[in-house]
Design a protein around this ligand. Structure first.
Ligand code: AMP
Length: 285
């Protein structure tokens, strides 16, 4: 069956109300489009767990802190719909700016703690934009489950926090990062890389995995982070914005591996900003 494209909040509400009457369980996959296998893995997880799946496509202006970045973001709605078709997703919800932020819109959802540091320190306003749009999408779709990628690990923890704090009944589920064969995490931004940059790009994941492995085997955290930074820049990245070990559950900074951790990085390759993260398993006492 063809994926149904829905552009209005009220149209979506009617469809979901009909499903609810039939006792069907609803899964939601929020995206900004330019779908790749990472997004599709979330859709597959949703299809496996639920009876009806809504994929949302909204390039949210509130979460971009640069007009140039927003303008350059890829927009491929027709291709996105074609990719969802064979999977059997039921609805592609594509609200426009007016649907999402009607005139007079004046509310911001802002999550403390987990939004601070890492991407929060380098992209002012970004997580307020994410929190606001995700809250609206969860309320508009009224899903039983919503699927988010570990690729955006800080975002995943932020969404868990806001759903708990705001009594949003949707259960938030995290899904593993899908990578290219050379280790590069799939991202809608990868199409912005030149051929030369694409050849350099996997150095980021490779440095992360190597450092995570050594830290898990007892190597000192600060030294391994320094080595990984040097390796990323030597490979041709222009700048490492941050590279930090944080607690897997609390996202608090860690200087020694005293519990399960997550090594998180953001770095610029030419004009493109890439992020990635990997788990660092605590071997136990
Ligand atoms: P985006 O369209 O970039 O906002 O991403 C939409 C959702 O897809 C978010 O929950 C992302 O974390 C997730 N996602 C993006 N890239 C990947 C990936 N490589 N593997 C798994 N999930 C991903």
């Amino acid at each position: 069956m063809a994926v149904e494209i829905v552009r209005s909040r009220t149209g979506l509400r009617d469809i979901v109300a009909g499903w609810r009457m039939q006792g069907l369980r609803v899964g939601v996959v929020p995206t900004m489009g330019a779908l790749h296998d990472g997004h599709l893995s979330l859709v597959r997880a949703a299809l496996a767990d639920t009876d009806r799946v809504i994929v949302t496509l909204f390039v949210n202006p509130k979460q971009f802190n640069s007009a140039a970045d927003l303008a350059a973001y890829p927009r491929t709605e027709n291709e996105d719909a074609a990719k969802l078709e064979p999977l059997g997703a039921h609805v592609l919800y594509v609200p426009d700016g007016e649907q999402m932020y009607p005139p007079g819109f004046a509310t911001t959802v802002s999550v403390e703690g987990v939004s601070e540091g890492l991407c929060g320190a380098h992209r002012p306003g970004h997580f307020d934009g994410v929190s606001t749009v995700v809250t609206k999408l969860l309320l508009q779709t009224a899903g039983d489950f919503a699927y988010f990628g570990e690729k955006d690990f800080q975002q995943l923890q932020l969404v868990r926090r806001l759903a708990t704090d705001l009594d949003i009944p949707t259960q938030i589920l995290g899904c593993p990062t899908i990578r290219e064969e050379d280790g590069l995490a799939l991202s809608s931004r990868n199409v912005q890389l030149s051929a030369a940059e694409r050849a350099i790009a996997p150095a980021l994941a490779q440095a992360l995995f190597a450092a995570a492995d050594r830290i898990a085997n007892g190597a000192p955290v600060i030294e391994e982070i320094e080595k990984a930074r040097t390796r990323i820049v030597a490979a041709g990245y222009a700048e490492v914005e941050y590279l930090e070990l944080r607690g897997e559950d609390d996202l608090q900074p860690m200087t020694a591996l005293d519990r399960n951790g997550r090594l998180l990085v953001a770095a610029k390759l030419g004009a493109t900003r890439l992020i990635d993260n990997v788990p660092v398993a605590y071997p136990g006492d």
